[in-house]
Design a protein around this ligand. Structure first.
Ligand code: SF4
Length: 414
């Protein structure tokens, strides 16, 4: 649903045991039951993937598709099995839930109620943050009420742009006016915590137009904004059009100016950048995404969802048919699994932690350097260049200038 995954998916690029689309290899899924210890403790978050969409947007590489065969009932039936299996194995309390996709709000009100009831069978914390992604076209008063009644207290709306021309470029099929409508419906239903997803760097978009998008978003008074630069993921329709030379991508300097303007404009409006691409009013940081960025354990349900528990990383099989035919026990079928690996875990921890403006603590930095002594020189160079800095508490973090070059520095560090 979003512009981009809310974090660099730590298992997205695993090819150790996984499929290799380039070679047409399809690995036989394994049952998660065989890969994890009996009881899984300390699970902080839960991600549930709903793969159905009204239409496939051209830039999107999430696992999502148009459900021409009416398989939402099968989806919920299989999810019920996996929830039952998970409830017997996972110890909470789960502090955050994120229902993403796909378009969860494409489900009917009854189906959404069923989905939420299933999630409630898991060991959830009392002060749960529960987010559902919503497409502006698919939310109505009844669905908003169902979500609130179930305990959902945060909704993330895929706005992307308020300019019809740019929405058309992205092949997003919604009317910008419907974002306002969706916000009103959700506020009326009692949702006090709203995020809007926005994309910049769209071909043909000017800096002034991006600023206008930000102003339109601010006028809706969200608590949180995710602002991602458009990326051209392999195997998307948009990337194929780019490769055929059908349009010019946004100029790098314009995109850098947009990134900088985002921080300035949102900062002036009372939002703090707390992650490279994410901004929140005080106390409204997305607690679920913080679970990812702080490398805490999270559970995953639904086709293509990836999880991280007890040091194990796994990806649930990313095809609905394979997922539906998972074994009768209800254990999720997975195609990528990585057993605990200290080096990889540390690399993930610094990559994800440095994306946060709070940075990483001295103990993690020391450990990362012990594992890879070459990192000491890279960090020293980045500090000398004004890209990284050390706080009074000894944490290492990006400077305001460094955050613009975060991917470059992180690429060297990991
Ligand atoms: S709404 Fe578009 S961007 Fe979002 S998951 Fe569906 S196809 Fe992808």
């Amino acid at each position: 649903m979003g512009a981009r995954p809310p974090y660099p998916d730590p298992v997205a690029n695993l090819r150790i045991h996984g499929d290799d689309p380039a070679r047409g290899v399809r690995e036989r899924p394994q049952s998660l039951a065989a890969l994890l210890p009996e009881g899984v403790h300390g699970v902080a978050g839960l991600y549930v993937h709903v793969p159905f969409c009204f239409h496939k947007c051209h830039y999107c590489d999430f696992y999502s598709f148009v459900d021409r065969e009416g398989r939402t009932g099968d989806y919920l039936a299989r999810l019920a099995r996996e929830v039952a299996w998970s409830a017997a194995r996972v110890a909470g309390p789960i502090r955050t839930v994120f229902v993403g996709g796909g378009t969860p709000t494409l489900l009917s009100a009854e189906e959404l109620a069923r989905l939420c009831a299933l999630i409630r069978e898991l060991p959830l914390a009392h002060d749960l943050e529960w987010t559902v992604e919503a497409n502006p076209e698919t939310i109505d008063a009844e669905k908003a009420r169902v979500l609130v009644d179930a305990g959902v207290n945060r909704v993330s709306i895929g706005a992307q742009s308020f300019d019809p021309r740019h929405l058309k470029t992205l092949e997003r099929w919604h009317d910008p006016a419907n974002v306002e409508r969706a916000v009103r419906l959700l506020r009326d239903a009692g949702i006090a915590n709203l995020n809007l997803d926005l994309i910049f760097g769209i071909p043909g978009q000017t800096l002034a137009e991006w600023r206008a998008d930000l102003e339109r978003a601010l006028a809706l008074a969200p608590e949180h904004l995710s602002c991602y630069g458009l990326t051209y993921e392999p195997n998307t329709a948009m990337t194929r059009r780019l490769e055929r030379g059908e349009f010019e991508p946004c100029d790098d300097a314009v995109e850098a100016a947009m990134f900088e303007a985002t921080g300035e404009l949102l900062g002036a409006a009372g939002f703090a950048r707390y992650e490279v691409s994410n901004f929140a009013r005080e106390g409204r940081e997305c607690r679920h995404n913080l679970v990812y960025w702080r490398n805490e354990p999270w559970w995953a349900l639904g086709p293509s969802a990836s999880g991280f528990v007890a040091g194990h990383r796994f990806k649930v099989v990313p095809r609905l048919g394979d997922w539906l035919s998972g074994d009768d026990s209800g254990a999720p079928p997975v195609v990528d699994h990585e057993a605990p690996d200290e080096r990889r875990h540390t690399s993930e921890a610094i990559m994800l932690g440095l994306r946060l403006m709070e940075g990483i603590d001295a103990a993690l930095e020391r450990h990362a350097v012990e594992l890879e002594p070459g990192r000491a020189a890279i960090i020293a160079r980045a500090i000398a260049d004004g890209l990284l800095e050390r706080t009074a508490e000894g944490r290492l973090r990006f400077t305001g200038r460094g955050v613009m070059l975060a991917n470059e520095v992180l690429g060297k560090l990991i």
